[in-house]
Design a binder for this molecule. Structure first.
Ligand SMILES: [Zn+2]
Length: 232
């Protein structure tokens, strides 16, 4: 599951699994202005398949595609240990190369003479996880498709918000893995409450006792979403 950033985009917006969900056109206007102020570019992700762009179509069998991708200019570089200069990440594999700032070799005795760093808005960070703002995320215009009714396949949409899916033919992959962490349950609960017709109070009551490990954990979510979920 992607970590949601500590970034408030205003009323009618929320984060689930690191992606942004916008509940109305008003929320859209405020949040998109805020993102532009922060330096993000919003790119239309997928053309809407709906004939009426502003209409509300319920397509429960089809996971709604994100409408936009927000991108913030962020780049990773190699930083020379000798002079602190930044070099294109392209040089990573180039043994024998030298830093084009100071001329020192980038590799010494099989060890690299640089560290990876990330630059966002002119400031250096040691890794992608420590960036204050995510370099990209999806935006969902939820008023187009929410609330989703209970159907045998609703669980697919619900689980996908935290990066989970059920593959019965690969059940061994899930064995022993903690799939429903407390964080995942919280994020799933938010999706259930805001974007489905399911009983969210019931979710809050029942979900803490769901199995957490293995495919049983995911099947419990599927059964919550519909009494007879379809796994085919
Ligand atoms: Zn250098």
């Amino acid at each position: 599951m992607r970590k949601s950033p500590d970034l408030n985009l205003g009323e009618g917006t929320m984060w689930i699994g690191g992606e942004s969900y916008w509940e109305s056109l008003d929320a859209f206007h405020l949040a998109s202005l805020k993102l532009t102020d922060l330096g993000y570019a919003l790119e239309q992700h997928i053309e809407s398949e709906e004939p009426n762009y502003h209409g509300v179509a319920k397509l429960p069998e089809t996971p709604a595609p994100p409408s936009w991708q927000a991108r913030l200019h962020t780049k990773s570089y190699l930083k020379c240990h000798d002079c602190g200069g930044y070099l294109s990440a392209y040089y990573f594999h180039a043994e024998g190369r030298t830093c084009h700032h100071c001329g020192e070799p980038l590799w010494r005795d099989m060890r690299h003479n640089f560290t990876f760093v990330w630059i966002q808005e002119g400031i250096e960070y040691p890794d992608e996880q420590s960036l204050p703002l995510p370099s990209n995320f999806y935006v969902y215009e939820t008023w187009r498709w929410a609330p989703l009714p209970s159907t045998p396949s609703l669980y697919r949409r619900v689980l996908s918000t935290v990066g989970l899916s059920i593959r019965l033919d690969q059940a061994h992959w899930y064995e022993g893995k903690e799939l429903l962490t407390s964080e995942a349950l919280t994020e799933l609960g938010r999706f259930v409450r805001h974007f489905t017709e399911l009983d969210a109070d019931e979710w809050d009551r029942l979900s803490p006792s769901f199995p957490r490990h293995g495919i049983e954990a995911l099947v419990a979510v599927a059964r919550f979403c519909h009494p007879d979920p379809s796994f085919s």
